[in-house]
Design a protein around this ligand. Structure first.
Ligand SMILES: [Zn+2]
Length: 372
């Protein structure tokens, strides 16, 4: 039994036509539950929706298998970034699948969802031997993995996972990802009329600008980046601004480096504020925690074996993007983030191809059966 490319593409196009913006994954969640139940899988929805303010929980599915083989988890996220409402997929004669151009396609991460459903369908139709397979379809991944963060991992059987949520050619997998630490810094000065008595004001924007100008942005070393992404402050052109709020992030493949750099940045704002009689207060939040899966781990060797089985050359990389795999790692599940036929994600130019989508499904099926 093999992957059926026609069924797979149909499935993907159907998923694209369901709206599933972050916090609004309900229609897609209902659909994947129905699909898994039809495959006689045990299916559960958790209470993540209530916890994070969305209309759907994370969806968990279990396909029973040979208990003498290690259980494996396959994970993808249901939510898509904006603009995605009313998205439609168009299939060109050359096999390229794109949106109409005014929305994202949602290949991130509906290719992952489609590929997992197709591989499960082949398994249920065939006599192929496999171990227990757990599926986790998460919500709100695009907002720093809020869905998987509240999932209860205590009943999960698997100690190994494949997260299908990576751009790039199929055969690529990420074994390391960074900590992402976000900063919200509020600089408080004092307002004054800019014409009558500017000397009585304490210029919050000037203090923030001074601090930012001292920061090294971009790569600060080969495994750490810094960005200031948002700045807002001031009320009118004739008022010395009393408040300036600055938001940014630090990423590092080493958690301690990310934390140290975030604290250093907070300190720069405090110093710059103090120098002119203002105050700065920093709120530092850990949005993702770095992990590195050892390259000699069985989860890696199974991936390499499965790649060769479907004639792909495995390529193991470090990524600077976070994913649900960061949350799995925090819960002692060792995983890889696997490329699943998505290209130019988070843009209206996003696309996939029939060829790559089929390869991703073949690879997923090979992973599910590699231990048999
Ligand atoms: Zn994604």
């Amino acid at each position: 039994m093999k992957i059926n490319p026609v069924r797979l593409v149909d499935e993907f196009m159907r998923l694209v036509e369901m709206d599933s913006q972050t916090y609004h994954e309900r229609p897609l969640a209902d659909y994947v539950m129905e699909r898994m139940r039809a495959l006689k899988m045990f299916v559960l929805e958790d209470d993540a929706g209530e916890k994070i303010g969305g209309n759907s929980g994370n969806i968990y599915g279990l396909m029973r298998g040979d208990d003498s083989l290690p259980p494996l988890m396959f994970c993808a996220h249901l939510d898509t970034v904006e603009p995605s409402r009313g998205k439609r997929a168009t299939l060109a004669p050359n096999g390229r699948i794109a949106s109409a151009g005014d929305t994202v396609l949602g290949a991130d991460d509906l290719t992952g969802v489609a590929v997992i459903l197709e591989a499960l369908t082949v398994l249920s139709e065939s006599g192929l031997r496999h171990g227990p397979i757990e599926v986790l379809f998460t919500v709100a991944e695009e907002v720093y993995c809020k869905g998987s963060r509240v999932f209860d991992f205590s009943k999960v059987l698997s100690e190994q996972a494949y997260v299908l949520d990576l751009a790039g050619p199929v055969g690529t997998a990420a074994y390391a990802a960074p900590s992402i630490v976000t900063l919200t810094i509020t600089v408080r000065g004092r307002a004054a009329h800019a014409g009558f008595e500017p000397q009585k004001g304490v210029h919050a924007i000037a203090a923030a600008a001074d601090a930012i100008s001292r920061l090294k942005l971009g790569f600060v070393d080969d495994e750490t980046t810094v960005n200031i992404g948002l700045i807002e402050g001031g009320k009118a052109t004739n008022i010395v601004p009393d408040v300036c709020v600055v938001r940014g992030e630090v990423r590092s493949l080493r958690h301690d480096k990310a934390m140290k750099r975030a604290q250093y940045i907070a300190g720069e704002f405090e110093r710059a504020a103090k120098a002119i009689g203002a105050e700065a207060e920093a709120d530092i939040t850990i949005a993702a925690t770095a992990y590195e899966t050892p390259l000699d781990h069985p989860v890696v060797s199974r991936f390499e074996r499965a790649c060769r089985q479907v004639r792909l050359t495995p390529s193991l990389i470090k990524t600077f993007g976070g994913s649900d795999n960061n949350e799995l790692a925090l819960n002692n599940i060792t995983g890889l983030v696997v490329a699943c036929a998505m290209f130019r994600c988070h843009s209206t130019k996003e696309y996939t191809t029939v060829e790559e989508l089929t390869r991703a499904a073949e690879l997923t099926l090979a992973l599910m059966t590699a231990d048999a």
